[in-house]
Design a protein around this ligand. Structure first.
Ligand code: FEO
Ligand code: CA
Ligand code: CA
Ligand code: CA
Length: 603
């Protein structure tokens, strides 16, 4: 019968699930470590010395916690290209020998020198890579376009309706159009014209205040914008940066937080060009920014706001994609941002965030389009968008279909479920499929359905729904990143976070069928070392290489299974992947997967 696993469109022998110190890939494939935290990426960069770290060295070395990975070919064969990688965040207790876990209220061990290294380890990397004789990938260290992008020293422009607005002005930038750096870059996207979009996710965590209430929570009583700050979780006080940099202290620079939470465009081929924060795409905890061209040539960007009960967005450009790459950047300056409302009858309505329309007026606190975009969450609240189970990455396909990863939402109570978020205490997440009207990504209406409800299908109380052909290896929890391959097949990567021991499975990469009798069938291809989540994934256009970003190995969870009862610090991590050197902590790294003997993956 066609509906049996043997007829899967993903032609590989399924990997067995598990959890141990190293990574695993399906038989017949190689998964080679290409770039680790600290690896030199310029001709002049010093070798990594974990006992003698400095910001100056880190600025020429691959950053920490690789998340998005995109690839821009530089030749027709695709054998040379630029790898564009986001560095989302840092784990100071694993990075710095002897530091140990920090009390997040005080960060007593964090000096300015360590803060500067952390800042230099955030942001992104552009690295030229090339296939060498045996078909493997290698870093081209003297590549002219290799560079780091960081929150320490990379000057960026801002454009679009909110640029220059008084709420975007600070003492260092009275123009409100220039900002230093980018924060918490999670997923992202490559545009049709070869630029790289970096999404700024949990930016709130980097802002500090010295004013705490009796319960130790930020006291915003002196902040005129307290309600708006609260809606975004500013200040999160996750990092000590605000102790050393006034711009990250809201007591001194309350507007700086308005300058983060955007989508940043980088031209990887032009290292002199300043990255641009495009305010037309709205300010929220941007998970990713995957683009697609609509039927009549508009650029469409699907974007999740990864927080419990926040929204799914998309952006549609006013103009159309042209053959002139320089003109295309304007598409991200002028267009319409929408938030999604998922109705119980299976229809999805895209609600425009346009000043003056509906409730988005001065009487309701939106004096201009700049306010609508800076406070996109509040605008979407007012429009009645559907509060989701943490929208992570999204994957649009040319036929007007998009897949939305909803990772989990432990706070959804039975009284707050709805058709599109149907499970109370959703620990395992689900995936929604959207089919836009007329197969057109620019449409403002479409139909939605649930592709899979995640978790163990053998435990009735979990309420999982998979294609029944899915094996014990194939089901997963907490979808996060996703991608299509060259043949239009969906791949989903997981991030179970500290809840990983609810499944006992390491995070991994799965091929998930979207069509036919096997719709909802999932198959395990790669799994991470203990304590890591899987990011990327990105297929080269020829389908022969898959880049995977193994993030925070050794750190996530209590490691209560199989002897991994560890403290997850530099001294005592759950794994020392990928070096397995007792003097080296585990290192986040990008892995290149290729087929032994060559050829397309999973065919
Ligand atoms: Fe950075 Fe929502 O994952
Ligand atoms: Ca993510
Ligand atoms: Ca994640
Ligand atoms: Ca994680």
């Amino acid at each position: 019968a066609t509906g049996t696993a043997a007829n899967s469109r993903y032609a590989f022998d399924e990997l067995a699930w598990g959890n141990d110190e190293t990574h695993h890939v399906a038989r017949g494939y190689d998964a080679d470590v290409l770039l680790r935290w600290g690896d030199p990426i310029t001709a002049d960069a010093p070798d990594f010395d974990v006992m003698n770290q400095s910001a100056a060295a880190q600025l020429q070395q691959f950053g920490y916690n690789n998340d998005y990975a995109g690839f821009l070919p530089l030749n027709a064969e695709g054998s040379r290209g630029l790898l564009c990688v986001n560095h989302e965040y840092t784990n100071e207790e694993v990075m710095f020998p002897g530091l140990g876990r920090q009390d997040k209220a005080e960060f007593a061990g964090m000096t300015q020198a360590l803060v500067d290294i952390e800042m230099a380890a955030h942001g992104g990397s552009v690295v030229e890579i090339a296939r060498i004789d045996d078909g493997k990938w290698a870093v081209v260290r003297d590549g002219k376009m290799n560079r780091r992008i960081t929150p320490l020293d990379t000057v960026m422009r801002m454009d679009g309706p909110a640029a220059g607005h008084p709420r975007m002005q600070t003492s260092a930038d009275p123009s409100g159009t220039q900002v230093i750096g980018t924060l918490n870059n999670c997923a992202g996207g490559m545009t049709p014209w070869g630029t790289w979009l970096m999404a700024e996710e949990n930016f709130h965590g980097y802002f500090w205040t010295d004013r705490l209430d009796a319960g130790g929570k930020p006291d915003l009583s002196d902040q005129p914008e307290a309600a708006r700050m609260n809606r975004y979780g500013v200040p999160g006080r996750w990092y000590a940066w605000g102790k050393y940099y006034d711009r990250f202290n809201i007591d001194k620079e309350p507007n700086e937080a308005n300058r983060f939470g955007w989508v940043v465009e980088v031209d990887p081929r032009n290292p002199e060009a300043a990255p641009v924060k495009h305010t037309a795409l709205g300010r929220f905890r941007h998970e990713g920014a995957e683009t697609i061209t609509s039927k009549d040539g508009h650029l469409v960007v699907y974007m999740g706001d990864d927080a419990r009960f926040d929204y799914q967005y998309k952006y549609v450009s006013k103009g159309v994609v042209s053959a002139d790459p320089a003109a295309n950047s304007n598409l991200l300056r002028d267009g319409t941002l929408y938030a999604a409302r998922f109705d119980p009858d299976g229809s999805v309505r895209w609600l425009p965030l346009v000043h003056g329309q509906g409730p988005l007026t001065a009487e309701n606190g939106f004096a201009s389009q700049a306010d609508v975009l800076i406070d996109a969450r509040l605008a979407a609240d007012a429009l009645g968008a559907t509060p989701m189970d943490r929208p992570e990455d999204a994957a649009p396909r040319g036929d007007g279909t998009a897949y939305i990863m909803l990772t989990n939402n432990s706070r959804r109570t039975s009284g707050r479920t709805d058709a599109a978020n149907p499970r109370a205490r959703s620990d395992f997440g689900h995936i929604i499929e959207i089919k836009e009207d007329g197969g057109d990504h620019a449409a403002t209406r479409g139909r939605w359905s649930i592709l899979v409800k995640c978790g163990d299908p053998d435990i009735a109380a979990v309420g999982a729904e998979w294609n029944p052909e899915t094996s014990e290896n194939g089901w997963f929890a907490s979808p996060d990143n996703c991608a299509f391959d060259a043949d239009g097949r969906l791949w989903v990567a997981t991030d179970q976070g500290r809840k990983w021991n609810k499944t006992g499975k390491s995070d991994g990469l799965y091929g998930v069928e979207t069509e036919g009798d096997l719709r909802g069938h999932s198959k395990l291809f790669f799994r991470c070392p203990a304590g890591a989540e899987l990011c990327g994934p990105y297929f080269t256009p020829d389908g022969e290489t898959l880049f995977l970003a193994v993030q925070h190995p050794g750190t996530d969870g209590t490691m209560a299974l199989k002897g991994f009862e560890r403290a997850s610090t530099f001294e005592d991590p759950a794994t020392r992947w990928p070096d397995f050197d007792p003097d080296m902590p585990p290192r986040p790294a990008v892995v290149a997967v290729t087929r032994q003997g060559g050829g397309k993956i999973a065919t």
